[in-house]
Write a protein that binds this ligand. Structure first.
Ligand SMILES: O=C(O)C1=C[C@@H](OP(=O)(O)O)[C@@H](O)[C@H](O)C1
Ligand SMILES: C=C(OP(=O)(O)O)C(=O)O
Length: 446
């Protein structure tokens, strides 16, 4: 285990230039999983090569898929066929990745194999009962650590029992876990989603030839998958990750004079809430060359510095910007007036308790932030720099690390994050991109 790597970013001039963001993390995980179940060769371009996605690749390999990264950066995958996952020889190490863990638990649940899942200190604190409950109803058995956490063991079953499951929390991971279990289950497995969440699993499973229908009803979206069908290999182009682009949208909005172009940003409506929220605050974000990449809406985003105003973040935006709240809290810290974000209690069970972590971090930098059980209220500086001068605990959470590094771009005294290593889970080139835009990076002593 290497030692922590403290980091500080600063900006002495406007941020300028054209950048690309890495491939979408959610789509990258699903590309490897679905290709790993298809019969024949799938090719994936633009895959996010972050640690979370590499954990999915390693797990799928351990269960029999042939996954190779070519020198041309194209990933070639030969799958095992639906129902063909093999018993791995050792425990699957999921690192920091909730998506890998919960989706793969779903896949394993309807195969007659026994699989142990382990993870890092952050992942080992996260709740797994949300997938254990529906997957147990389908017949899988679980032995979990206290509080239904990792390390845990799944004893899958084939054939599993198809269920109809209404999501008690708005979670694309739970939805996807049940649908993936349904892929190798006879008959129709249904998920009822009262509040829409990211729909990459539905779009991509259909693309791979699964028998999947979506019906809009007064109770919500009903997604039905009919199992035991073959998946056909695909050629996939992964669009840029809006969750990674969010850091630069905020950075350019808060550093005076900035004018940047972020190329190839995925703008699926179930993911683009941060663009809506920032525009409501007055951010100058222009969508250029809107197009379709691999069945997902994509555009380049030109973002120019603009004065921001506080808003009430509409609670209905929560699922479509759930990972972007730490970055939004930073934007709100520079707005004129008060921003209130509620209805986001899920933030407390991510890689860290993101409400508490951001409240502590921003307060230490002199921002006025008040915590609620389900969100926060922030009174901004009206564009003035934050006092800064603090070292921030990032709690093994890449989004806390990147958000607070961005806050440092407009601070009187340096803001240091205590450990930049977790950034590699979702955005290995983050620091290089910051410097490409004209920011300064300093690696500090522990
Ligand atoms: O399905 C996915 O790819 C994800 C779903 C979200 O989690 P929840 O399902 O827990 O809301 C999100 O926070 C995570 O980063 C990725
Ligand atoms: C919550 C996140 O990911 P995961 O749940 O996959 O760990 C995230 O990337 O912000």
């Amino acid at each position: 285990m290497q030692s922590p790597r403290p980091l500080s970013l600063s900006a002495h001039s406007p941020l300028t230039g054209t950048i690309t963001v890495p491939g979408d993390k959610s789509i990258s995980h699903r590309s490897l999983m679905f290709a790993g179940l298809a019969v024949g060769e799938s090719r994936i371009t633009g895959l996010l090569e972050g640690e979370d996605v590499l954990a999915t690749a390693a797990a799928m390999r351990a269960m029999g898929a042939d996954i190779v990264r070519g020198d041309d950066t194209v990933w070639r995958v030969h799958g095992v066929g639906v129902g063909g996952l093999l018993q791995p020889q050792t425990a699957l190490d999921m690192g920091n990745s909730g998506t890998s863990t919960r989706l793969l638990m779903g896949l394993v649940a309807s195969h007659a194999i026994t699989v142990s899942f382990t993870g890092d200190a952050s992942l080992s604190k996260r709740p797994m009962d949300r997938v254990i409950t529906p997957l147990s109803q389908m017949g899988a058995e679980f032995t979990a650590s206290p509080g239904n956490r990792l390390p845990l063991m799944v004893r899958g079953i084939a054939p599993a029992v198809p269920i109809t499951y209404t999501l008690p929390v708005a979670s694309a991971q739970v939805k996807s876990a049940v649908l993936l279990a349904g892929l190798n289950t006879p008959g129709a497995t249904r998920v009822i989603e009262p509040v829409p969440t990211r729909d990459h699993s539905e779009r991509m499973l259909r693309g791979f030839g699964a028998d999947l229908t979506v019906e809009e009803t007064p109770e919500g979206r009903i997604i039905a998958i009919t199992g035991e069908a073959e998946l056909k290999p695909q050629t996939i182009t992964v669009p840029g990750d809006p969750s990674s682009a969010a850091f630069w949208m905020v950075a350019a909005s808060i550093v005076p004079g900035s004018d940047i172009l972020i190329r190839n940003v995925g703008l699926n409506a179930t993911r683009s809430g941060i663009v809506t929220a920032l525009k409501m605050m007055g951010a100058d974000i222009e969508e250029v060359d809107a197009r379709d990449v691999g069945g997902e809406p994509v555009a380049d985003l030109r973002v120019r510095h603009a004065p921001l105003s506080g808003i009430e973040v509409p609670p209905e935006l929560v699922p479509s910007m759930i990972d972007e709240y730490p970055a939004l809290f930073v934007a709100a810290s520079f707005a004129q007036g008060r921003t209130v974000a509620r209805g986001a209690e899920e933030l407390r069970v991510k890689e860290s308790d993101r409400i508490a972590a951001m409240a502590t971090a921003l307060q230490a930098c002199g921002a006025a932030i008040e915590e609620y059980p389900d969100g926060a209220a922030i009174t901004g500086t009206g564009g003035e720099p934050l006092p800064g001068g603090a070292r921030i605990e990032t709690h093994l959470d890449h989004r806390i690390a990147m958000s607070m590094a961005i806050a440092g771009l407009n601070a009187k005294s340096a803001i240091a994050i205590d450990d930049a290593r977790p950034i590699a889970t979702s955005y290995p080139d983050f620091v290089d991109t910051a410097t490409a835009l004209g920011a300064h990076s300093a690696w500090l002593n522990q």
